[in-house]
Design a protein around this ligand. Structure first.
Ligand code: GDG
Length: 476
């Protein structure tokens, strides 16, 4: 159901929601996939929305033509913010991905603090703000997304924009103690307080933010606390700080997983692995996802519970991501070595313990793996939400999957009661959970998965969008 938004929606995100491809001389544009695009598209169409972002392609693409085509197909407009190679290096790979990303995921050791990166981040956020100011009309619902664009609101205010501004952070917000390490902490917190509504994934993120803001800015104070939001006063303004856990389009995964194509692909997968349970991991290549720790926990499970040998295989899909960043290239190397070592230690001619695939799967293949794997092992060291956990349950149409989930994923708040929660740093504990899942009786599996599925069905991405928008419009 589309939310009752009457205003025109202006979405601002680092990337435009498109996939631009070239096949010989032919360029084409398609909408991107993912829950956010699926949820926003109907509202964008209905209210003549505008989406502003970096197109992510080089100058050689006929961008104006492609964006016109997109508007004709999809019924809403895209406005590009062009970035230079230097911008991408400093703002995107630098400050966004080498400072904020590790800091906000509690991984201080990966952080690079570099003044030039910070300046570029500021300048690019200003560039985005200039495009918003140019495109904006009175009474638009202006909604900025994610950690790459935290200062857009501040720049809009400097340009004299008085409209209501909303922001949603897709990744966690760290504790005050960690946030304090950032040399530009006050500017960033003040920047965030330029928005009127700030949304986080979990209550914990919301609390971390409120505690950080009030600790760093003595003049900021809590006015009132409510179930889903806190009102924070800073100067003359009152800011609504809420938590709105993002979700997926449940029906799309449920229906997709029941399709004949997926059923055939799932059957084929298991035919090759007869008599074995499949343990599935699906992640972007990222050191926050805890993939090496997961390999070690799987190895420990084989060591501790020898009856698992030849009866389970770990299928790990890793989607290439940020491969130009050295930390990511190192992680890839580490995974190759670990999988090789564990397979050499335990493997037998007719059985490979770890099947490790380094590529992006087509949707049918992804859904087939979700549907057919008896166990999902989703163990990020820290994660804003983790949509894979929700997608796995929505696609588990036989109701027989077991979800093993890290307690440090935002999704644990909603799914923790019926999943097996683990601490990804606890190798033995995770190994025990693998064994518990392997030996779980069918009735308990069915009960747990039924509960997980109804939770996700009830709180899908459409509800998330409705809650965010309605919360912005309601009087306090
Ligand atoms: C950020 C936050 C938060 C994965 N492998 C394949 C594939 N995927 C798709 C999944 C899923 C998406 O990628 C990954 O989403 P996550 O939520 O797990 O993680 P991030 O990319 O880190 O997203 C996160 C999210 O924002 C939303 O707010 O949950 O915490 O970090 O949708 O399906 N898709 C295809 N083939 C694959 O092999 N087609």
């Amino acid at each position: 159901m589309t939310p009752s938004l009457t205003k025109r929606l202006l979405i601002i995100s680092n990337r435009l929601p498109t996939v631009i491809t070239q096949d010989q001389d032919e360029w084409s544009v398609k909408p991107g996939t993912g829950g956010l695009v699926t949820a926003l598209a109907p509202v964008m169409r209905k209210n003549q929305g505008v989406w502003i972002g970096w197109p992510g392609c080089g100058d050689e693409a006929p961008l104006d033509k492609l964006l016109r085509e997109f508007k004709d197909q999809q019924g809403y407009q895209l406005v590009p913010v062009p970035l230079s190679e230097e911008d991408v290096e400093r703002y995107y790979r630098g400050f966004s991905n080498a400072t904020i990303w590790p800091l906000f995921h509690d991984l201080l050791g990966f952080c690079r603090f570099d003044l030039t990166d910070w300046q570029a981040y500021n300048a690019v956020n200003q560039k985005f703000a200039a495009v918003v100011a140019e495109q904006g009309e009175k009474d638009d619902f202006i909604w900025v997304h994610d950690y790459q664009l935290m200062l857009v609101g501040a720049h809009l205010r400097e340009m004299g924009i008085q409209d209501r501004l909303a922001f949603f952070l897709h990744i966690p917000f760290p504790s005050p103690d960690l946030f304090r390490r950032l040399p530009w902490k006050k500017s960033l917190i003040k920047g965030l307080l330029s928005y009127d509504q700030i949304g986080f994934q979990t209550l914990r993120d919301r609390r971390n933010f409120v505690q950080t803001a009030t600790a760093l800015l003595p003049e900021a104070e809590v006015v009132s606390r409510h179930r889903h939001h806190t009102l924070l006063k800073w100067g003359e303004r009152v800011i609504k700080v809420g938590h709105y856990p993002i979700s997926i389009d449940f029906d799309e995964f449920d229906e997709g997983a029941r399709s004949h194509e997926v059923e055939d692909a799932a059957w084929y997968l298991h035919e090759n692995l007869r008599g074995r349970q499949l343990v599935l991991g699906v992640d972007r290549l990222d050191y926050t996802k805890g993939i090496p720790e997961r390999f070690l926990a799987f190895e420990r499970a084989l060591e501790k519970y020898p009856e698992l040998i030849k009866r389970v295989s770990l299928l790990q899909v890793v989607v290439p991501s940020r491969t130009l960043v050295p930390d990511y290239a190192d992680l890839k190397e580490q995974l190759d070595q670990l999988a090789g070592r564990i397979n050499a230690r335990f493997g037998q001619p007719e059985w490979l313990p770890i099947h490790y695939v380094f590529r992006c799967l087509k949707r049918v293949q992804l859904l087939a793996r979700y549907r057919t794997s008896e166990i999902a092992l989703i163990t990020p060291l820290r994660d804003g939400m983790n949509l894979v956990a929700k997608e796995y349950c929505a696609s588990s149409v036989e109701n027989n999957g077991v979800l093993i989930l890290s307690e440090f994923a935002g999704a644990a708040d909603q799914l923790g009661k019926h999943a097996l929660l683990v601490n990804p740093y606890d190798t033995d504990g995770t190994a025990d959970a693998i064994y518990q899942a392997f030996t779980m009786d069918p009735e308990e599996r069915r009960q747990r998965m039924t509960n997980l599925r109804s939770e996700i069905r009830r709180n899908d991405v459409h509800r998330w969008l409705r809650r965010f928008v309605e919360s912005s419009e309601e009087e306090d």
